[in-house]
Write a protein that binds this ligand. Structure first.
Ligand SMILES: [Zn+2]
Ligand SMILES: [Zn+2]
Length: 290
């Protein structure tokens, strides 16, 4: 059994055929998918919430993507806190910094990233981190919020350096690899994967983006996460079953509190009383991480 730890199933690319996408995932033994919901646009967030609530094997994360940092508002942040407190989310994200596209200025991105990290800690959710061409600032900002080695969250679609991976592991992060692990030229990514301990690994599709070999260039979907697992097994010199087992266990340890202890946890978070809400569209082709 496999788990796709990062998939944008509420996006328009899946509108016409989501039931068959989910059917293919189940047939491929992909037993659970973490849907990454948009956090900036309330209507899109709601769509992701309804989607995840309607399917037992879908979990939900939501957060304001760095591309959309310019669209962040107090209501959008309050809405995410409300969803977290109601037990709708297993994680806060994806959030982070992307200095490659710069759809928002670095200053805007850093402020929104920092705010969301603080809120995620407040509601006690692990975080899903997106970072591109912003390693140093990402580590600096994460370091202000994490560092005790507790279960912090996941560095999704990891493409950073070995040194970056080591820093993230030290802060308590898991490292997730996407279909890029199957790309012939991705030697650096495979080298990092080789160094990450088995108990910190996750796999993901980042669907609809970044389809693995042999589906490269097509729309990605959760069933294809098996190809990333296969590549990881080869890199780690272990069986496919061993990769399936450890990535599933890692996912459940990190995000699984809603299964089956969700209501208890939700009640506990709700019991904390009013929380801190301080004052204050993904684009690109299918070969681009989101
Ligand atoms: Zn993504
Ligand atoms: Zn991303």
């Amino acid at each position: 059994m496999f788990i796709d730890s990062h998939s944008h199933l509420a996006e328009a690319e899946f509108e016409s055929d989501l039931p068959s996408v989910l059917e293919r995932a189940r047939s491929a033994l992909v037993e659970r998918v973490l849907v990454i919901g948009d956090g900036a646009d309330a209507a899109k967030t709601e769509k992701a919430v309804l989607l995840a609530e309607g399917e037992e094997d879908l979990d939900l994360a939501a957060g304001i993507h760095p591309h959309e940092a310019g669209l962040a508002s107090e209501p959008s942040l309050e809405n995410l806190v409300r969803l977290a407190r109601s037990g709708s989310l297993v994680a806060w994200g994806e959030i982070g910094l992307d200095y490659h596209y710069r759809h928002a200025t670095p200053e805007e991105q850093e402020e929104v990233f920092d705010r969301q990290l603080a809120l995620a800690r407040e509601v006690e959710l692990p975080v899903v981190i997106h970072t591109r061409e912003a390693e140093v600032r990402t580590l600096e900002i994460l370091g202000e919020h994490f560092g005790n080695g507790g279960p912090a969250g996941v560095m999704h679609c990891f493409t950073g350096s070995l040194a970056m991976a080591r820093c993230c592991l030290e802060m308590g992060f898991h490292i997730s690899f996407s279909g890029m692990l199957t790309f012939p030229k991705a030697h650096d990514i495979r080298q990092v994967a080789r160094a990450v301990p088995m108990d910190r690994l996750l796999i993901e599709t980042d669907a609809p983006y970044l389809a693995p070999v042999p589906f490269r260039g097509r729309r990605n979907e959760p069933a294809f996460v098996v190809e990333t697992a296969r590549a990881l097994a080869e890199v780690k010199q272990v069986s496919l079953e061993a990769v399936a087992k450890c990535t599933t266990e890692n996912y459940q340890r990190l995000f699984g509190r809603a299964h089956p202890t969700g209501p208890v946890e939700a009640a506990r978070v709700l019991g904390r009383g009013p929380g801190l809400v301080p004052g204050g569209s993904a684009t690109g082709g299918l070969e681009t991480a989101q």
